[in-house]
Design a protein. Structure first.
Length: 168
């Protein structure tokens, strides 16, 4: 996955609307289904937990199907990009200790994975206004730059390919 620049205000606006639509859909669909089932099949004990749960499950499945269907829609470009970026960074974070150890030994692929991870994390944190760990990220990036210079390696996050993770 390639890192691309996206408009933060557009991303936030679209994300907030998608979240609001999902919440509204969840409430409306789950209540409609569960109340319909309760009216059709009342429980004499008064417990309708299973119908309420069924309504929620159906609503979640419908929301998932809808999001998947509209994933490529132009309105969802930024939202989908960030979701994919988070998944990509998650895959790296699962192997980060091994990657960091190999990078310190001069492994070019490991350094490339770290470069992508740092660049992607920086972009993600800026988009989500989560700058708490930014100082730590700057320190890690400086360490990586030092390693790259030590081993005479040019790092470009655009050269990252998820297949690189198979080596670790």
């Amino acid at each position: 996955m390639k890192l691309i620049d996206i408009d933060k205000t557009r991303y936030r606006k679209h994300l907030n609307r998608v979240i609001a639509a999902c919440i509204a859909t969840l409430v409306i669909v789950s209540l409609a289904i569960s109340q319909t089932l309760i009216a059709l099949f009342p429980d004499e004990s008064g417990s309708h937990f299973h119908w309420n749960l069924f309504g929620v499950v159906v609503a979640v499945v419908l929301i998932g199907i809808t999001l998947r269907h509209y994933r490529k829609h132009s309105y969802m470009v930024e939202v989908t990009y960030v979701w994919d970026l988070k998944q990509s960074l998650n895959k790296i974070n699962r192997k980060i200790r091994k990657v960091e150890a190999l990078a310190k030994q001069g492994n070019t692929q490991a350094m490339l994975v770290l470069q992508y991870s740092y660049a992607g994390s920086k972009q993600l944190w800026q988009l989500d206004d989560n700058t708490i760990l930014m100082d730590e990220l700057i320190i890690k990036q400086a360490e990586l730059d030092s390693l790259a210079q030590q081993f005479n390696v040019q790092l470009n996050a655009d050269e990252y390919d998820e297949a690189n993770l198979l080596h670790f």
